[in-house]
Design a protein around this ligand. Structure first.
Ligand SMILES: Nc1ncnc2c1ncn2[C@@H]1O[C@H](COP(=O)(O)OP(=O)(O)OP(=O)(O)O)[C@@H](O)[C@H]1O
Ligand SMILES: [Mg+2]
Length: 621
């Protein structure tokens, strides 16, 4: 064995720096966290050349006493914890006592500070291999300034891994963004090469918070998000939840904070993804800015040196709370809440054709820019109106056999002509009354603000799906016998399955009977799917069931199965609807959870106010 050498303090610090100081962004994160821990309410961040040449952060926090100054850049020295017990419930962002020592070992760092308002302060720097700290008097108002120059100048291997100034700055800006989102009451300015990139005033009320989120995440996001705030004993979740129709192709607008700390966490991700599952097109990503608050003792932050990961002591409970809260909030987005911004509002007549062919999501992301958020009717209000309406017009009695071709025979209001509905201003329902059907695809309706366009297939599919889910949960998907049982040819494997799983099929509302080795007789269908092509429907459900193999697995994909069924039961394009049928569909949408999006996350309706229409025709200019 070679002789054992003691590492110089600088080298030991440089090795430790490998864990936390990856690039300029990590320096900024550590310095800002220190300032926030010191109670600063103003933070000025100056950066040159992506932070590689210079990072200077000035705060107005508590500052450091002269005696303590050398300790700030010494390793394993911290004012934030004293013993292991403190580590149990860390309430500060820092606690390791390593950051400044690490940064100082791989750059030219100085810290100038004053604990009072006298204007006199001290400056500390580390020198040589032993990182001897040198202090000297320096003028400074109350607070601290840390300057970090020439990052990695003495560790060329590290420096090689840095990217362009622009890329490094983007990472750095992302760090500032996260901290600005989690510290609303602190003012931030960020300058890059003397140019102001962000100037954020402290945000105290809701409107100012909206403004800050808007300037960091885009006003488009705020216009397409709802506020949530839910509390149970020991847990609170609040923030901005993007509408499912505001989904993105990247997971780049997902901010989650635990006690003010930005984290990436599997438990959190899983709960959020599950909550959105039913309303999000495959491969699309939700957008959100959410804050979870809980007793610091309930979460371990000492999992990873960069503190990006946490461990919840009661992770099951946290998961359930997140899932339940978000799932509920998303379900409650009825048309009145989720006022989609008018798709045509920013288009002029001449630019309209150019947007054809753009994928639905992108189309809206682009065209909804710069629109003021609309005043939305609260969901409960819509629901109450609709409940009153239903009390006045109870469901017509159902006939017991599939004789009628009526689409909405079992639904509220179907028998009413539109003229008989109340017309005074106060009583116009959010989605208004139907005027006509366009090319067998869209319903045109008039509400108080103007025109409403509804994709009738998408809307009906969602309504049918939600009903199937509710009925399944209540174990009563109602079925109806066919007047003439329908016989169909299947493979013997499918016939076997239909026989073995007859119970499952019965729960789904089907009565299937095996007539021969490769023949099934369909006797009953779910009432909700009375208009489906019988054979196609059974074939698809059967193939879903066969693909899953057994009934335990079926439970996992039950929603997909119900979605398949809903798709078959829904009104097809080119189907003529009467006005009462269209109105019935609109009323159903108003009372159905998640009805603002189809089963794939696309919008089911789009409003166009009179103002939007006036703009299209250049009226009033
Ligand atoms: N901006 C600041 N204002 C006041 N005190 C500061 C500031 N920055 C650092 N300090 C003091 O210097 C100490 C060391 O800072 P450092 O970042 O190295 O460690 P830490 O924040 O305690 O823990 P961690 O390594 O987890 O960040 C802090 O505990 C704090 O007392
Ligand atoms: Mg620190």
């Amino acid at each position: 064995m070679a002789k054992i050498n003691r590492l110089t303090p600088r080298l030991a610090n440089q090795i430790a720096a490998g864990e936390v100081v990856e690039r300029p962004a990590s320096v900024v994160k550590e310095l800002l966290e220190n300032s926030l821990d010191a109670g600063a309410t103003r933070l000025d961040i100056d950066v040159e050349d992506g932070g590689i040449k210079l990072i200077r952060i000035r705060d107005n926090g508590g500052g450091v006493e002269q005696d303590d100054l050398p300790l700030t850049i010494a390793r394993h020295a911290t004012s934030k914890i004293r013993d292991l017990d403190d580590l149990e419930g860390v309430a500060t962002l820092g606690f390791r006592g390593e950051a400044l020592a690490s940064i100082s070992s791989v750059s030219r760092l100085s810290l100038t500070s004053s604990p009072d308002g006298t204007g006199a302060g001290w400056k500390v720097q580390a020198e040589g291999r032993d990182m001897e700290s040198v202090i000297a008097p320096a003028a400074h108002s109350q607070g601290t300034t840390v300057e970090v120059r020439d990052l990695f100048f003495n560790t060329p291997a590290r420096r090689k891994f840095l990217r362009t100034d622009k890329t490094e700055f983007n990472h750095l800006e992302e760090v500032v963004k996260r901290l600005a989102l989690s510290h609303f009451t602190v003012g931030f300015t960020l300058r890059h090469n003397q140019r102001i990139v962000h100037a954020l005033k402290p945000a105290t009320d809701d409107a100012e918070q909206d403004r800050r989120v808007g300037s960091l995440c885009g006003s488009n996001f705020v216009a397409n998000a709802v506020r949530v705030d839910t509390q149970t004993p020991g847990l609170r979740l609040w923030g901005w939840l993007g509408l499912p129709t505001f989904s993105r192709s990247q997971a780049d607008l997902q901010y989650f904070f635990v006690n003010g700390r930005s984290v990436r966490d599997k438990v959190v991700n899983h709960a959020v993804r599950q909550a959105y599952q039913d309303v999000m097109y495959h491969g699309r990503h939700a957008a959100y800015v959410l804050f979870l608050e809980l007793d610091p003792k309930g979460v371990d932050v000492n999992v990873h040196p960069t503190k990006h990961e946490v461990r919840f002591r009661e992770s099951r409970q946290v998961h359930d709370f997140l899932f339940r809260t978000l799932h509920r909030a998303i379900a409650e987005l009825t048309p009145a809440d989720a006022q989609p911004q008018p798709a045509l509002a920013t288009l002029t007549a001449s630019s309209a054709p150019a947007v054809r062919g753009i994928e639905a999501g992108e189309f809206r992301e682009q065209t909804r820019l710069h629109l003021p958020p609309q005043a939305a009717t609260p969901a409960w209000q819509v629901r109450e109106t609709m409940q009153a309406y239903q009390r006045l017009h109870p469901e017509p009695v159902e006939s017991n056999a599939l004789t009628s071709s009526s689409l909405f025979g079992t639904q509220a209001g179907a028998a009413l002509a539109p003229q008989s509905l109340p017309e005074e201003d106060g009583d116009i329902p959010p989605l208004g009354f139907a005027l006509a059907q366009l090319h067998g695809i869209y319903i045109l309706a008039q509400n108080r603000d103007g025109l409403v366009l509804v994709d009738m297939h998408a809307a009906h599919e969602r309504i049918t799906y939600e009903r199937l889910k509710t009925s399944w949960d209540e174990e009563k998907i109602r079925s109806q016998p066919l007047l003439v049982p329908h016989s169909m040819a299947v493979s013997s494997r499918e016939a076997d399955f239909a026989e073995e799983q007859s119970d499952l099929f019965r729960r789904l509302g089907f009565e299937l009977e095996r007539m021969g080795p490769e023949t099934l007789l369909i006797r009953e269908l779910p009432i909700l799917l009375r208009n489906a092509n019988v054979e196609q429907l059974v074939r698809d459900v059967l193939s879903d069931v066969v693909a899953e193999g057994n009934s335990q697995r079926i439970d996992n994909v039950l929603n997909e199965l119900l979605a398949t069924m809903a798709c078959h039961g829904s009104v097809r394009a080119n189907r003529k609807l009467t006005l009462p049928e269209m109105n019935a569909l609109l009323r159903d949408m108003e009372i159905t959870e998640r009805s603002g999006q189809c089963n794939h996350g696309r919008p089911t309706w789009v409003p166009m106010s009179l103002t939007d229409l006036d703009k299209l025709f250049l009226r009033g200019r």
